[in-house]
Design a protein around this ligand. Structure first.
Ligand code: ACO
Length: 326
């Protein structure tokens, strides 16, 4: 079996918050944010949470793919900001879109969430157990950002992206779909990027539950990303016997423009093969890769036969890459 993406969709909240808006809240400037990160604005939700954003992205992806909710037999959502501890965002999406035949669950891999979810769907589809799936990356990070901390609050935005995936037997079409993937994690570096749970106290521990916010050692994350992302990209290339010149686009997690520039230098790949949309959305965590993929798809930039590598990295630490043929 081979897993092919047959439709994409995305959603970002209407409310746009520019760097200049943020400069009214914390001591920062448009110039500092743009030069350090490439971010010009972000979409921040003043209402819809992760489920609502994910469900809308899913509807748009199903429309793009020409499938109905009843066709979906598995939903995986990569998120670390589900609206509830339980049920999962995926179960809530299932309920919202009416995908009555689907099994649904979340994967927690932060900004690698979409890659981990896609790779998991691919592995399950290869067993023949599922035929048509929704793979979603969605995050509502604005709810877990400390809006008094200028070192983190300028980086993030809200959004969701979705892909409809379909299993094809090898004889139907040998040349399309997921070709090769890898994933990795390093829990010993967990503390460089984390968000404490809000409810880690009980009547025995006697502490007061405190709200948890994102904390980050920015330079450690930067160093990790520029090392691990090229490594996992080179691994999918060598594991699949693909030359880097065959790759049309590298669809990378949008955390920081300078991280992507550094990856481009390390791989000796020009930036016109590394599409970027961080200026508009900021870092939407699990959503960045599927939102970017959807934009490429809807702009008609993906042609049958194009080879793409999607690669993400994030808290955990986690990282992963997937090579697909469109
Ligand atoms: N505006 C103005 N000044 C700021 C801001 C801000 N928003 N944030 C920090 N500063 C100040 C700091 O206080 C510090 O001032 P000081 O020298 O007086 O102490 C100075 O700028 C430099 O701070 P650094 O943290 O050293 O800044 P750095 O050059 O490392 O840039 C950044 C910070 C942009 C976060 C960078 O480390 C980075 O890009 N790291 C990658 C991490 C990342 O992208 N994370 C995204 C989330 S993780 C993910 O998606 C996987």
């Amino acid at each position: 079996m081979r897993t092919k993406i047959i439709g994409t969709g995305s959603y970002a909240p209407d409310r746009v918050v520019t760097n200049n808006h943020l400069a009214e809240i914390v001591e920062t400037s448009d110039e500092w944010i743009r030069t350090r990160t490439g971010i010009g604005q972000r979409h921040i939700s003043d209402g819809p949470g992760t489920t609502a954003m994910a469900a809308e992205a899913a509807r748009r992806a199903m429309d793009n793919a020409g499938v109905s909710p009843e066709d979906i037999d598995i939903i995986i959502v990569g998120t670390t900001t589900a609206d509830h501890c339980f049920p999962s965002a995926a179960c809530e999406v299932q309920g919202a879109i009416g995908a009555v035949h689907a099994v649904a669950y979340d994967i927690s891999a932060a900004c690698s969430g979409f890659i981990f979810s896609l790779n998991t769907a691919d592995a399950l589809m290869k067993t023949g157990a599922y035929r048509t799936g929704l793979v979603i990356g969605a995050d509502n990070l604005s709810k877990i950002v400390d809006w008094t901390d200028r070192s983190t609050c300028v980086l993030f935005g809200d959004g969701a992206g979705a892909a409809v995936v379909k299993a094809y037997s090898e004889t139907d079409d040998r040349s399309e779909g997921v070709m090769c993937m890898n994933m990795g994690s390093d829990g010993q570096k967990a503390s460089v990027l984390e968000c404490q749970s809000r409810t880690m106290e009980n009547f025995l521990t006697k502490g007061q539950p405190k709200p948890g916010y994102i904390t980050m050692e920015g330079q450690e994350v930067f160093k990790f990303a520029v090392k691990k992302v090229p490594e996992c990209i080179l691994k999918v290339l060598s594991d699949s016997g693909t030359d880097i010149s065959e790759i049309r686009y590298f669809v990378l997690h949008q955390a920081n423009y300078r991280i992507c520039e550094s990856i481009s230098r390390r791989l000796k790949v020009s930036m016109d093969r590394i599409p970027m949309n961080i200026e508009e959305y900021g870092n939407t965590s699990g959503a960045t890769i599927p939102v970017l993929l959807d934009e490429l798809n809807r702009a008609g930039k993906l042609n049958p036969g194009d080879k793409l590598i999607m690669a993400g990295f994030g808290a955990g630490l986690t990282w992963g890459a997937v090579l697909i043929q469109w």
